[in-house]
Design a protein around this ligand. Structure first.
Ligand code: GAR
Length: 193
């Protein structure tokens, strides 16, 4: 039996595409749902084009009521019988209660070499600090933001003429290799637990 992998997005979903497209053949996982908190997220059409069920839970409908928002997300995940969640550019902070429910089964990709630069504007912060390299990390999600155990990282050299945009573009290419590789290994290990 394949592991059922739900992918949560907020935007273009390029990481979602590489994850979904990697789950074929002898891969232990299969995509069961792509869920976005933004109805206009470009990734939704890409998921539909791949025949993956999609769902939208628009956070703006819930105001400050994070629990109600997450209740709907949880219902969609249960409806899809998800075993594993991949956050892939999902730009909502999740409550400790939700994270704890999925702890050990929820992965995230973050565009920095964690523990450096948790949160936003990671590339601008790496450049402002004069770092010689940036990169990306895949980690298990724990209640503290961008803090869980790192499962894989890729380093990307920073050049003298880099802008946050040029660095982000190169890091994104690295993300597209890293995340599918980590997910595959994670699913293989998970099945043997
Ligand atoms: C990616 O660079 C991802 O690392 C980042 O958002 C982008 C989503 O791109 N995630 C975060 O910043 C999470 N804090 P995508 O929608 O094309 O995959």
């Amino acid at each position: 039996m394949s592991l059922r992998v739900a992918i949560l997005i907020s935007g273009g979903g390029s990481n979602m595409v590489t994850l979904a497209d990697s789950m074929t053949g002898d891969h232990p996982g299969r995509p069961c749902l792509v869920l976005s908190n933004r109805p206009e997220a470009g990734g939704l059409a890409k998921a539909e084009a791949r025949g993956i069920p999609t769902a939208v839970v628009d956070h703006r409908n819930y105001g400050k009521d994070r629990k109600a928002f997450e209740g709907e997300v949880q219902a969609a995940l249960e409806g899809a019988r998800a075993d594993v969640i991949c956050l892939a550019g999902f730009m909502r902070v999740l409550t400790a209660e939700f994270v704890t429910r999925w702890q050990g089964r929820m992965l995230n990709i973050h565009p920095s070499l964690l523990p450096k630069y948790k949160g936003l504007d990671t590339h601008a912060r790496a450049l402002a600090a004069g770092d010689a390299e940036g990169g990306c990390s895949v980690h298990l999600v724990t209640p503290e933001l961008d803090d869980g155990p790192v499962l894989g990282q890729t380093r990307v050299e920073i050049t003298a003429d880099d802008t946050p945009e040029s660095l982000a573009a190169r890091v994104l290419v690295a993300e597209h290799e890293l995340y599918p590789a980590v997910l595959r290994q994670f699913c293989m290990d998970f099945r043997h637990l």
